[in-house]
Design a protein around this ligand. Structure first.
Ligand SMILES: NC(=O)c1ccc[n+]([C@@H]2O[C@H](COP(=O)([O-])OP(=O)(O)OC[C@H]3O[C@@H](n4cnc5c(N)ncnc54)[C@H](O)[C@@H]3O)[C@@H](O)[C@H]2O)c1
Length: 363
């Protein structure tokens, strides 16, 4: 990985981060793509806001453009949508040398990425993520997926784009709850990295500050994710660090019946996993307070109704981090010092119970 201001280079593609970048796409796309057919895949929230701008510039570069719009929301990560999109590509005579631009949040990125990876055994892809979560997380790393009834992200592929173009100014049109949710992911990365990254999140005291600090927050998050992904592309070891807060968070997300968004559930998960390790003397005193302060200031939740319920423990057993009879927990010894802790599944309840039954203070 190499890193300059506004640019991070992964193994074979670049991530460009720049306010207003959406106004001058040619600068980045022209050197990479000869004129071809391009399907811009977007959703019905993002399309009306940004697709005209993107389409006009692609046409100006000499491309032929087809706009494919899916309904906004997680339900679009389905076989049905894959079928619709692939049929549209075939009907428009897309061939292997043509390309797809994914313009939207993580749903569009995952879906369009998956379609790009399987159509004609793989056609070129550019990611233009527009939600904060997609800008700091899902657009980088090459994971694509759709959901099954049996669970989220059950079918997918590892497929790297040619380019990731991030215009932080697009998050100004995001609903506040989604902005804050994406920021939860940033706090997670900052807690794992510490140092100057943790200093940047100290500057965020309210949701509006997320927009003010967006460029440096996104840059720091991606630089971290890229460094982890580059060392562990297929998620065998190091990449599991990114699961900090997720063991408890995923369980809550599953059972809170749509009440908690992913990033909100992970916020609760980070608060409680840190409190649990702090209580056991494995995390430096005061670390939980440092993390909860960051989350609470933007209005992220620190508690959830179902925490500690029987359903909660059952849901934890569906975790992907289970290896044999152990669940691998990610925790931090202090800000910037992550570690793994294998816990016997049979011990799970006994281990977590004391902390789940106590209150975490929000400072
Ligand atoms: N591939 C990965 O590595 C990875 C990592 C994390 C999450 N994900 C996936 O990402 C998805 C969640 O991503 P998300 O939170 O971006 O969800 P999303 O794509 O559903 O976007 C959230 C909402 O914001 C809207 N939106 C997006 N950008 C907007 C903008 N600039 N202005 C106004 N509205 C905008 C969308 O239409 C949607 O309604 C999940 O499916 C998750 O599984 C993938």
């Amino acid at each position: 990985m190499s890193e300059e201001k506004n640019e991070i280079t992964l193994k074979n593609y670049q991530v460009k981060i720049q306010d207003g970048l959406l106004q001058h796409l040619a600068e980045f796309i022209k050197p990479l793509w000869q004129p071809k057919k391009i399907a811009v895949i977007t959703d019905d929230n993002v399309g009306p806001l940004y697709v005209d701008k993107v389409e006009a510039q692609l046409i100006e570069m000499g491309h032929r453009v087809v706009i494919l719009t899916v309904p906004a929301g997680e339900t679009s990560k389905s076989w049905e949508q894959v079928q619709v999109l692939i049929d549209s590509l075939a009907q428009n005579n897309f061939v292997r040398s043509d390309g797809i631009v994914a313009l939207g949040g993580g749903v569009v990125g995952d879906l369009a990425g998956f379609v790009a990876s399987i159509y004609m055994r793989g056609i070129s892809l550019i990611q233009i993520p527009t939600s904060l979560l997609a800008q700091v997380d899902s657009s980088v790393g090459g994971k694509t997926a759709i959901d099954l009834n049996a669970g989220k992200n059950m079918v997918g592929s590892f497929y790297q784009p040619n380019l990731v173009l991030i215009d932080p100014s697009t998050i100004q049109t995001l609903p506040k709850r989604m902005l804050v949710e994406g920021y939860g992911e940033i706090v997670k990365c900052a807690a794992l990295v510490g140092g100057s990254f943790w200093e940047i999140v100290q500057k965020v005291h309210q949701p509006a500050d997320i927009i003010l600090q967006a460029e440096s927050l996104i840059h720091a998050s991606i630089a971290f994710k890229a460094s982890v992904v580059m060392r562990d592309e297929k998620e065998n070891g190091l990449r599991k660090l990114l699961n900090f807060g997720h063991t408890l968070g995923h369980a809550l997300e599953l059972i809170e019946d749509g009440q908690l968004m992913h990033g909100e559930a992970v916020a609760v998960g980070m608060a409680y996993i840190t409190a649990a390790f702090e209580k056991k003397g494995m995390t430096a005193a005061g670390t939980t307070a440092e993390i909860t302060a960051r989350l609470a200031q933007v209005g992220l939740p620190l508690v959830a109704n179902q925490l500690g319920s029987a359903a909660f423990y059952r849901a934890m057993l569906h975790d992907k981090k289970i290896k044999g009879d152990q669940i691998i927990l990610v925790y931090i010894k202090k800000i910037g010092e992550p570690a793994f802790y294998p816990l016997k599944i049979t011990e799970l309840k006994k281990w977590f119970e004391p902390i789940l039954n106590s209150q975490i203070e929000d400072n």
